[in-house]
Design a protein around this ligand. Structure first.
Ligand SMILES: [Zn+2]
Ligand SMILES: [Zn+2]
Length: 252
């Protein structure tokens, strides 16, 4: 499904008070929540989403003194993506010194009321992420606001989802076999069917490595490169996330 954009004129955004700082590219995206109470009633009333986005913009401009809403995009339970500062514009929401590194995408959940992100919100966040990758030169990283900055944002439920690798809800694609329950890492070389299973899958994905059931330096190197490709922390260890992504991450 293509992104369902709510353009600034459609949510009646105020004009920015100044010029945006241009942004050529980013390492990826940081995910945010509102940090306050979100009325669960928004789930059945999109007009309330629009009102919330307007009030966030007002708070950022009049309270924080920013030139505009601080986010690149804002996502709501109706799988809509509100245009914030938009592509190639420096956001303000990530914290001082951290805005050039990542676009900022807000999910309309908070620390009270609507706390659990709905499937619509998660889909919309992923739609926004795909959009900035395709059109805004964003890299593969998907992080939470709290990564590298002292904040609770984006809240525990949304952050746990980010840490799982931000899967599509109800993903009907391939499903990874159960994690073997031990970390695949080197040194020393470890051997087993679990290693062979992972190697075979990585080989299927197009990586060159021997499917010999022994996790040594060559397997570790493939793991490191795969983790970087997927925007994960690269530690060269096949843990639960790296394992799952080997099956569930889109190829190419
Ligand atoms: Zn935040
Ligand atoms: Zn909505």
């Amino acid at each position: 499904m293509a992104i369902d954009l709510v353009l600034r004129r459609d949510w009646n955004a105020r004009a920015p008070r100044g010029d945006y700082t241009q942004l050529d590219s980013t390492k990826g995206v940081k995910v945010h929540y509102t940090g306050g109470r979100v009325d669960p009633g928004i789930v059945s009333d999109h007009a309330q989403c629009v009102a919330m986005v307007r009030s966030i913009q007002g708070y950022h401009m009049d309270g924080n003194g920013w030139i505009d809403i601080g986010y690149t995009y804002v996502t709501c339970p109706h799988r809509k993506v509100f245009e914030g500062r938009g592509l190639h514009h420096l956001p303000a929401a990530n914290g001082p010194g951290l805005n050039a590194g990542h676009y900022a995408v807000l999910g309309l959940v908070g620390n009270a009321g609507l706390v659990q992100p709905t499937d619509g919100i998660l889909h919309a966040i992923l739609d926004a992420i795909q959009y900035v990758r395709d059109h805004g030169r964003a890299g593969k990283e998907i992080k939470g606001h709290r990564d590298g900055y002292a904040t609770d944002c984006p809240g525990d439920p949304l952050y746990a989802w980010v840490k799982r690798g931000a899967p599509r809800p109800g993903n009907s694609g391939p499903t990874a076999p159960p994690f073997p329950g031990r970390l695949l890492k080197y040194p020393p070389v470890i051997q087993g069917e679990d290693v062979r299973t992972w190697q075979a899958q990585m080989s299927t994905r197009g990586w060159e490595l021997d499917v010999d059931g022994a996790y040594g330096s060559a397997s570790r190197e493939v793991c490191l490169r795969f983790q970087r490709q997927q925007g994960q922390d690269d530690d060269g260890i096949v843990g639960p996330i790296t394992w799952r992504l080997a099956w569930e991450a889109p190829i190419g």
